[in-house]
Design a binder for this molecule. Structure first.
Ligand SMILES: CCCCCCCCCCCCC[C@@H](O)CC(=O)SCCNC(=O)CCNC(=O)[C@H](O)C(C)(C)COP(=O)(O)OP(=O)(O)OC[C@H]1O[C@@H](n2cnc3c(N)ncnc32)[C@H](O)[C@@H]1OP(=O)(O)O
Length: 361
């Protein structure tokens, strides 16, 4: 039997060296370290030249620790070696010329600055773990708070799911006809969910969640104006198709946002759900605001006609200022609110993916 050299791929971190030996079903592994910096490898396995004995030696640039971790899988042999001094190496081997059988492992490859970022992220993770653990020790009501938040999110999730499923099923069955009675079929549940949504503002006020207070206020107040004032008070608005678009935009995001929070309460994360929570708003938020704006615009002549909520002018008997003027100011506020919340959601998204990127690199 010939003795051959396998292909070896390598990568490093500040503290470790990773070697991947391309040898499947490796047996009789003999991996040893000599004089602190020379690795000898010998094994029987299936490599580039079929079933054979393969071996190689590597004299490392600097001394490494004597203990070697290795794991043989069906496809390869993974070896992890710890450096004696935690520092970045310019190359793997003492000899400047790279051995022919050695190549970078691009699956694991990081350059020095990426490796530093990874190290930093690991440190931050450790610190936040310690913080969480100490918070758990410090806060005797943490379980109660998490339980309350979990229940709150569950109820909202069920409420918005009911609305979303109801509207979707009716859309499939009735087509466009379903637009006209969205309000009559789903308003009670929407009232319930949006009254409950006042807790979106209460929760950060009580320090239960890290939500920005103003974005939450804008969100809740903005939706409740449309729901209770525009749709709730004007019967003429209730049978308009725009109700469908407003309710659909709201419920489409909430069926993902609330389960995302539920999982956060039990320290769990589903990548797809996180992705949906932090991306779906990009098309939905402008669509939602545009739909709400259309609803407000459609209500203006109705307020002019019915004089509902109009402000009596003192000294001008029988004359009043129509509520539609207030709503026109509100329309401007809406777009300011859209800007504030869009920026907030964008920052939340950046924050989430910055943390994730650090974790996965
Ligand atoms: C009468 C005067 C009226 C004046 C108002 C005038 C302006 C009106 C403007 C109206 C515009 C509104 C338009 C709107 O209605 C349109 C739509 O909604 S369209 C549909 C699309 N919409 C969306 O996508 C927005 C959905 N809403 C939100 O995302 C939130 O409400 C918002 C406050 C905007 C942002 O959320 P938040 O700041 O909480 O961000 P995060 O989700 O990243 O959470 C931060 C951390 O807090 C934890 N958290 C938050 N809530 C909970 C909870 N309930 N349970 C558990 N944990 C929670 C979350 O996990 C994050 O923690 P970590 O950082 O550790 O991950």
């Amino acid at each position: 039997m010939q003795i051959l050299t396998p292909h070896v791929y390598w990568a490093q971190r500040h503290a470790e060296i990773f070697l991947r030996v391309e040898l499947s079903d490796a047996k009789n592994l003999d991996i040893s370290l000599h004089q602190n910096n020379t690795l000898h490898f010998r094994a029987l396995g299936h490599g580039a030249k079929g079933d054979n004995e393969y071996k190689f030696s590597l004299e490392f640039l600097e001394p490494v620790k004597p203990e070697i971790d290795h794991r043989s899988t069906q496809r390869q042999v993974d070896i992890k070696i710890r450096k004696q001094r935690e520092r970045w190496w310019d190359r793997l081997t003492l000899q400047e010329k790279k051995p022919l059988f050695l190549a970078p492992d691009f699956d694991r490859w990081l350059d020095e600055s990426d490796a530093e970022t990874e190290l930093q992220a690991q440190e931050e993770q450790k610190i936040s773990k310690i913080n969480v653990e100490s918070r758990v020790r410090e806060d005797p009501y943490l379980g109660l708070k998490k339980g309350y938040l979990f229940m709150y999110n569950l109820v909202q999730f069920l409420g918005f799911s009911w609305i979303f499923v109801n509207m979707t099923v009716r859309l499939f069955i009735l087509g466009q006809d379903s637009f006209y009675d969205t309000f009559h079929t789903t308003a009670d549940m929407m009232y319930f969910c949006q009254i409950l949504a006042v807790f979106e503002v209460v929760n950060p006020l009580l320090g239960l969640v890290k939500t920005g207070l103003y974005p939450a206020m804008i969100q809740v107040a903005g939706r409740n104006v449309v729901l209770f004032v525009i749709f709730g008070c004007l019967e003429e608005m209730q049978s308009k198709p725009i109700v469908f678009f407003v309710f659909y935009a709201w419920s489409s995001i909430e069926i993902f946002r609330y389960p995302f929070y539920m999982l956060a309460c039990i320290s769990t994360e589903w990548k797809l759900l996180t992705w949906l929570r932090y991306n779906l708003w990009i098309p939905l938020y402008p669509l939602g605001v545009i739909s709400e704006a259309v609803a407000v615009i459609q209500s203006l002549p109705i307020f002019d006609e019915t004089r509902l909520f109009s402000l009596p002018l003192p000294g001008f008997s029988g004359r009043s200022v129509s509520f539609s003027y207030t709503l026109q100011i509100y329309l401007v506020l809406m777009f300011l609110g859209l800007f504030v919340n869009f920026r907030h959601l964008y920052k939340q998204r950046q924050r989430r993916y910055r943390c994730r990127k650090r974790k996965t690199h």
